[in-house]
Design a protein around this ligand. Structure first.
Ligand SMILES: [Zn+2]
Length: 271
């Protein structure tokens, strides 16, 4: 069995980007470790007390069957047009030194003898600055640790663009402006990954209950008037079969020269 480390920017990203895949890997007997760069204290929902979002992440990880959660110690960079100053005790992830941040993750990869690292696509999905940093730090950490294969969670660009157009979901995939200010401009497309370039399309419908429970564990992110919080509230109230329709497939890029025959083969080949 392999050990897989999943690097995420904020508590709740593990549910949204690859919760089904993490539950699937844990159920298959692999050791799943979730590394989170920030405490998510600039989130989409009601901004809770310090520590609340990390506690929610622990509950989410338990729902997915993850063995361990590690907080890398950075502050959430936020996703509005403003770049908040660093808090007194730590740096915001997006402006952390690349080698220093990658060094923290590489230490974890070595300690866990991880063979696979789950990261994000080069755009950081829709372009949140902390998500872009996950891509950069993940790639560098895998180089530093050596012998670690990287897979990048993503979505098919065409599907997201259609959802944004038809479902009027622009607010979900657009950096939010601070309260009282005009909405930020659209991020420069393109987002995510063109469908033809995606290596693995993973059917996670069998793990719908775990994925929905993982999302629901982030109670603070279900509260508040912003569009992402409203959408999450809606998603966690859907019946399981409907949730499976929307969240039953997850997608990964494989930057290695020799992709595996299937997503699960990556983890068995890696041993
Ligand atoms: Zn995030």
């Amino acid at each position: 069995m392999s050990t897989v480390v999943a690097l995420h920017a904020h508590p709740d990203d593990e549910a949204l980007w690859c919760g089904g895949a993490l539950a699937m890997l844990a159920a298959a007997g692999h050791r799943v470790v979730i590394a989170v760069a920030t405490d998510g204290h600039q989130g989409d929902g009601a901004d809770p007390e310090a520590g609340v979002r990390l506690a929610e992440l622990d509950a989410s990880a338990a729902a997915l069957g993850a063995a361990r959660v590690v907080y890398l110690g950075y502050a959430d960079s936020g996703h509005g047009p403003l770049f908040f100053p660093d808090p007194a005790d730590r740096q915001r992830f997006a402006r952390a030194d690349l080698d220093e941040a990658a060094g923290r993750l590489a230490d974890l990869l070595r300690e866990e003898k991880a063979s696979v690292l789950l990261s994000y696509d080069a755009r950081g999905g829709y372009g949140h600055r902390d998500h872009v940093r996950v891509h950069e730090v993940g790639a560098r950490a895998a180089d530093l640790a050596g012998g670690v294969r990287v897979l990048e969670a993503t979505l098919p660009r065409e599907t997201v663009q259609r959802l944004v157009r038809v479902g009027r979901l622009g607010a979900v995939f657009r950096p939010s402006a601070p309260p009282g200010q005009a909405a930020a401009a659209e991020p420069a497309p393109p987002m995510f990954t063109p469908r033809r370039e995606i290596a693995y399309r993973v059917d996670v419908r069998r793990y719908t209950r775990q994925k929905r429970a993982s999302l629901a564990a982030h109670a603070s992110q279900l509260a508040g008037p912003r569009a992402p919080a409203r959408l999450r509230r809606y998603a966690t109230r859907l019946p399981v079969p409907l949730f499976a329709l929307l969240g039953g497939r997850e997608y990964f890029n494989d930057p290695s020269a020799t992709p595996a025959a299937s997503f699960l083969d990556v983890f068995t080949d890696a041993v």
